[in-house]
Write a protein that binds this ligand. Structure first.
Ligand code: SF4
Length: 497
């Protein structure tokens, strides 16, 4: 049986699989099938369909074509592979739409015509089974799924006792990916709070955690295969993990040359509760993870009315306490030039009971954080995407989105101008050197570079630097959400997966 996976990339509240991240779905499925599995990306298919498989040089006036940037090692043989395929598995689904510097996730409307003529069995899996949407402020994409023989999330939603084996076997998929990937590691799923009105995580999964040894073995397997960039990101709250401290210690001792070890989602309530253990988890993260690390706090709103109406997980006061704790332990600058460990804040527009006061409350709390000299690494603002099965879909839907849409540009802009911009100057003052920034794309005569990591800063550098190389960049200026820099050291590519 010849199997092929087409990775159209995934982005969920807990778990990122958009390049340069490699998500878990394709990896686990490969391990489960336990045969030679062909791995293709949606970029491979675009290149094949649009350009007959031929890579075109970007002209000096052009932006890098990010629709065909993330090619697998199989991109020259797409047609041949598809013709020989018996079963095609499409992994797709964006639930938390974002902007991606060097990738564009595939949509159902895009992939369906690409595969409809193929004779093989076709399966759709991933978050798209519950709906997908590339843009915030909209309902999920509607598409005719009859081209698929099976549409199933459950089919590949393995029990953790099986993930133990599949995750290690499936790590081999990295051999089919020529570029560096940040490996998204899963530690658990489901949410022990599980009530936020917009969230699909409680619908997809019940609360469960992987065994520590299983997580560790997967990281070690990837490490043996050459991977050096990891994020313990596929979970709803890293602090909820009972073995968080010892896992970090052991990864550190088994994988001494790891380049990046970051985390993602954190519930601010758990950061404050860690006081009982003398902040052991925060201290371990600062000690064993690499710098530039961020705990993404899903605050969503600092307006208590909105918090209550949408049963959000944290009150503004608790979020503020957690921001202070992380700053106390993590604000020191690390070897890569970034502060070691800072909070990031997620804010959502369009939730139930949102009013003009909501923006005032957001500004009040964010200004307080800034005025007290604290740091936030980033504020992520998005309009809610509405999915069936959530309580927002059942009650409220897009009522508040429609009502307040006219204010969103102004609200967002005020946060960007009054908080983000001065905050960025505090987090990375001019003259700071950020090491190992990877040149990703061109836009005209500018090269955009980033460190590998969780929500890394984008640095614009004048000129067209050779892409996919590392540079140490001195920061020369600040835009609203990105920075400018100049090269101080050019490095060879040290590691490829
Ligand atoms: S805390 Fe809320 S947003 Fe986060 S995973 Fe749980 S239900 Fe979803």
């Amino acid at each position: 049986m010849a199997y092929t996976i087409i990775d159209c990339y995934t982005d969920e509240p807990a778990g990122l699989g958009v390049p340069p991240y490699l998500g878990t779905y394709s990896r686990y499925i490969t391990g489960y099938l336990d045969e030679d599995v062909n791995y293709l990306t949606i970029d491979d298919l675009r290149l094949w369909k649009k350009f007959n498989g031929i890579i075109h040089e970007t002209k000096k006036s052009q932006k890098t074509d990010i629709t065909t940037y993330n090619l697998s090692a199989n991109h020259k043989n797409v047609n041949e592979i598809l013709q020989k395929t018996d079963t095609l598995i499409v992994v797709l689904g964006v639930h938390v739409p974002g902007k991606y510097l060097s990738a564009i996730p595939g949509t159902l409307h895009e992939i369906i015509p690409m595969i409809s003529g193929l004779k093989c069995k076709k399966i759709l899996t991933g978050p798209a089974v519950f709906g997908t949407q590339l843009f915030g402020g909209k309902f999920h994409e509607k598409a005719d799924l009859s081209v698929f023989d099976k549409v199933s999330y459950e089919m590949f939603n393995f029990l953790y006792k099986d993930v133990k084996e599949y995750s290690v076997k499936g790590a081999s998929i990295i051999k089919q990916i020529p570029d560096i990937r940040m490996i998204e590691i899963e530690t658990g799923h489901g949410c022990d709070i599980g009530k936020c009105s917009f969230c699909t995580e409680p619908i997809k999964n019940k609360v469960e955690f992987r065994e520590k040894e299983d997580v560790l073995n997967e990281v070690i397997e990837f490490y043996k295969l050459g991977a050096r960039y990891f994020r313990l990101g596929k979970q709803t709250c890293f602090y909820t993990l009972s073995y968080a401290v010892s896992l970090l210690e052991e990864i550190h001792s088994h994988c001494p040359d790891i380049k990046v070890l970051h985390i993602d989602n954190v519930n601010p309530v758990k950061v404050v509760m860690d006081k009982k253990n003398d902040f052991a988890i925060t201290k371990a993260i600062v000690k064993y993870c690499t710098s530039g690390n961020i705990a993404a706090f899903g605050v969503e709103s600092f307006d208590l009315e909105v918090v209550k109406a949408n049963t959000l997980n944290t009150s503004p006061q608790v979020a503020y306490e957690a921001i202070k704790i992380l700053n106390k332990f993590g604000a020191e600058r690390g070897p890569d030039g970034m502060p070691k460990f800072l909070p990031g804040i997620n804010i959502i527009f369009g939730l139930r009971n949102e009013t003009k006061k909501t923006h005032e409350e957001n500004m009040k709390w964010l200004s307080r954080v800034y005025d007290e000299g604290l740091m936030l690494r980033r504020i992520n603002i998005r309009q809610v995407a509405i999915f069936e099965g959530t309580s927002l879909f059942d009650e409220g839907k897009d009522k508040f989105l429609r009502k307040n849409k006219k204010f969103y540009w102004k609200w967002r802009n005020e946060i960007r101008q009054k908080i983000d911009w001065p905050m960025l100057q505090r987090v990375v003052p001019s003259g700071t050197v950020l090491t190992n920034c990877y040149a990703e794309i061109y836009d005209g005569n500018t090269t955009f570079c980033r460190q590998f990591g969780t929500y890394p800063l984008i640095v614009g550098v004048k000129g067209r630097l050779p892409l996919k190389q590392f540079y140490d960049l001195e920061i020369t200026g600040h835009m609203l959400r990105s920075i400018t820099g100049k090269v101080v050291v050019e490095r060879e590519v040290e590691v490829k997966n």
